[in-house]
Design a protein around this ligand. Structure first.
Ligand SMILES: Cc1cc2nc3c(=O)[nH]c(=O)nc-3n(C[C@H](O)[C@H](O)[C@H](O)COP(=O)(O)O)c2cc1C
Length: 178
C-alpha cells in the first residue's frame, strides 16, 4: 500500500478543507494517508512516504512564516544527513505535491505562485519529484472588501463543495501516478 503524508498550516480553515479533500481523494484510491498540521509534524521523515503534500495559504505572497520555519528546520536536518546533494539527483519513487490557498485581492494568482514554487524547492532539493502545484482560490475570511472587490471578484464561500469535490477527484487521479 502506498503511503502519503498531507501536511498543512491553516488559520481561517481554507487550507484545512483542501487538505482534508486531498486526504479523502487519496484514500479513495487506496493510499494510506497521514494528515498533520505542520505544528504537529516536527518528527516526520518525508522519506517514509511515497507522496508528501504540503499546503499553506498565501500571506503577503509568501508562505506563512511558521511554514517557512518548519520547512527550513527539516531542510537543515536533511542537510546534516547529507541528503542535499549537488545537482539534486532524483530519488526514485518520492513525490511531492504543493497546494496553496489564496484570495488574490491585488494581483490574483500571481500572489500564490511564489508560495507553491518556493515550498516545492525544499522537496526538489532532496530529490523528490514535485508532481504539481495546486492553487485554490479561497474566500478572504473576515475581510469582506477583499472577498468581494478584489482582482478575483466575489470569492465568498470558496472553495465551494463542488470545488472540494474536484480536488478529491484530482487527488484520486494523482494516486495513480505514484
Ligand atoms: C494577514 C493575511 C495576509 C494575506 N495575504 C495574502 C496575499 O498576499 N495574497 C493572497 O492571495 N491572499 C492573501 N491572504 C488571503 C489568504 O491567503 C487566503 O484567504 C487563504 O485561503 C487563507 O487560508 P487559511 O484559511 O487556511 O488560513 C492573506 C490573508 C491574511 C489573513
Amino acid at each position: 500500500m502506498k503511503r502519503a503524508l498531507v501536511l498543512y498550516w491553516s488559520n481561517t480553515g481554507n487550507t484545512e478543507k483542501v487538505a482534508s479533500a486531498i486526504k479523502e481523494g487519496l484514500e479513495a484510491a487506496g493510499v494510506n494517508v497521514t494528515l498533520k498540521r505542520t505544528t504537529e509534524a516536527d518528527d516526520v521523515d518525508y522519506f517514509n512516504y511515497d507522496l508528501v503534500c504540503v499546503g499553506a495559504p498565501s500571506i503577503q505572497w509568501h508562505p506563512p512564516k511558521q511554514v517557512t520555519e518548519f520547512l527550513l528546520k527539516k531542510f537543515k536536518e536533511y542537510h546534516k544527513q547529507e541528503k542535499i546533494k549537488t545537482g539534486a539527483p532524483k530519488v526514485p519513487g518520492k513525490h511531492a505535491l504543493m497546494f496553496c490557498t489564496y484570495s488574490g485581492p491585488h494581483t490574483g494568482l500571481r500572489e500564490a505562485k511564489p508560495v507553491g514554487l518556493y515550498m516545492g524547492q525544499f522537496f526538489e532539493h532532496i530529490g523528490f519529484t514535485v508532481v504539481d502545484e495546486w492553487y485554490i482560490l479561497s474566500e478572504f475570511v473576515g475581510n469582506e472588501e477583499r472577498s468581494t472587490k478584489g482582482r478575483m471578484g466575489d470569492i465568498r464561500g470558496k472553495p465551494t463543495n463542488e470545488e472540494l469535490q474536484k480536488i478529491r477527484m484530482d487527488a484520486e487521479k494523482l494516486a495513480s501516478r505514484l
